[in-house]
Ligand binder design. Structure first.
Ligand code: PMP
Length: 418
């Protein structure tokens, strides 16, 4: 008899039987408020009727229009539709299946376009688990341990994580930019660097909004040295942060390459890189692709997802409900010394747990996380030491559901910490 392999590490004991909106139901019919959204994926909620209908229609029409063999309409329509939300000048899109694959596609493009090899990533960043993406990832030892040697041509520089350094944001940004300049002048000479890859909000590494001045500093150095700027928007894109793209919190900033996945198809496996056509043309034909890339059902679903995001005002909803959620989490944290910091940008909310000395306290975060699940509120943890509890509700979450989540959160804090 075959068994599921033990390397799967599951955040909750729940066996999901069905999902509807912001709720998941287990096999006993128990209802959970899902503030994980399948790790920030189900942007339009579980089984949004419009997404279901689009996928069902496509399943009955053409499932696998293999894009390196034949073209299909859902892919072409999706590209056209994405043109409505991509920043000006970013007018070329290529599809693969997962965030990791899209990250690797962005690295491949950056290397081919610049003829340079080095990619600079930032401490605590998460870019995926496949070997190339894992080589860029430092959000936790488990992604890298025991699988080396890693892909070469990767250098790291500090991320401006003000709270953890015990600094103001300005001090953290000054430090990180100074260190980046040191790296560019020493371990990774600027003339060898193909790209910076950065998350607009540090995700798996602890839910830390990336300071605007740091992103501007990267853009300025990228322009000065002929380096490409890759925005890994796998988790932050598609409205999650209260703007359509996470980098749009910085006025006037445009990346060279945007990596998107997760919310793009709200649960169907689909990811993409987007870049100006003149840059994309430097990718060598046939060097990117894959058997399932740009799957017809996933593309049909993604068209419906984008329509729902637009029609239901989900970007604005993420902003409004995100502000409400952070305010409620702050209120619930009053007098709780174990909560060191609360951070939010749209519906990416992180609550950092610390011990009496201010050091990361993963054990307490795990206790609160488990207590929340027991109360019927599904959450995730993140952070290099696993000490940040994060809330990432679907973008369709209502004000009443935020209240419901906050009530369960308050009970979970009581259960775990008293
Ligand atoms: N980049 C970022 C910023 C992510 O958050 C993730 C997934 N958590 C990935 C890349 C990798 O995506 P996937 O798991 O689909 O490969």
């Amino acid at each position: 008899m075959a068994q599921l392999a033990p390397q799967l590490k599951q955040a909750t004991p729940v066996q999901a039987a069905r999902g509807e909106g912001v709720y998941l139901y287990d096999t006993d019919g128990r209802r959970y408020l899902d503030f994980t959204a399948g790790i920030g994926v189900t942007s339009t909620g579980h089984c949004h009727p419009k997404v279901v209908a689009a996928a069902q229609e496509q399943v009955a029409t053409l499932i696998h229009g293999q894009y390196t063999t034949v073209m299909h309409q859902p892919l072409l329509t999706l590209v056209e539709k994405m043109g409505e939300v991509l920043p000006d000048g970013i007018d070329s899109v290529f599809f693969v299946n997962s965030g990791s694959e899209a990250v690797e596609a962005s690295v491949r493009l950056a290397r081919q376009a610049t003829g340079r090899s080095t990619i600079i990533a930032f401490d605590g960043g998460f870019h995926g688990r496949t070997m190339g993406a894992a080589a860029l990832t430092t959000s936790g030892a488990k992604i890298r341990a025991g699988i080396g040697p890693m892909m070469g041509g990767v250098a790291f520089a500090p991320f401006p994580y003000a709270y953890r350094y015990g600094w103001t944001e300005d001090q953290a940004v000054d430090f990180a930019l100074r260190e980046l300049d040191r790296v560019l002048a020493s371990t990774a000479p600027a003339s060898d660097v193909a790209a910076f890859i950065v998350e607009p909000v540090l995700g798996e590494g602890g839910y830390v909004p990336t300071p605007a001045r740091f992103l501007q500093g990267l853009r300025e150095r990228a322009d000065r040295h002929g380096i490409l700027f890759i925005a890994d928007e796998v988790q932050t894109g598609y409205g999650r942060t209260g703007r359509f793209w996470g980098h749009q919190h910085v006025d006037g900033l445009t990346p060279d390459i945007i990596v998107t996945a997760k919310g793009l198809a709200s649960g169907f496996p689909l990811s993409a890189i987007a870049a100006p056509k003149a840059l994309m043309e430097k990718a060598w034909p046939g060097s990117q692709g894959g058997t399932y890339g740009g799957n017809a059902v996933a593309c049909a679903a993604a068209i419906a997802v984008l329509e729902v995001v637009q029609e239901e005002g989900l970007v604005e909803n993420a902003r409004v409900q995100g502000e409400k959620l952070v305010a409620g989490v702050r209120e619930a944290a009053e007098g709780i010394g174990a909560i060191g910091d609360i951070r939010g940008r749209g519906l990416m909310v992180g609550i950092e747990f610390v011990d009496a000395n201010g050091n990361p306290d993963g054990a307490t975060a795990a206790k609160v996380h488990a207590a929340a699940a027991a109360q019927g509120l599904l959450l995730l943890t993140c952070g290099v030491q696993g000490n940040v509890v994060r809330m990432i509700p679907p973008l369709v979450v209502t004000s009443e559901q935020v209240d419901e989540g906050l009530a369960l959160w308050t009970k979970a804090l009581n259960d775990a910490l008293s």
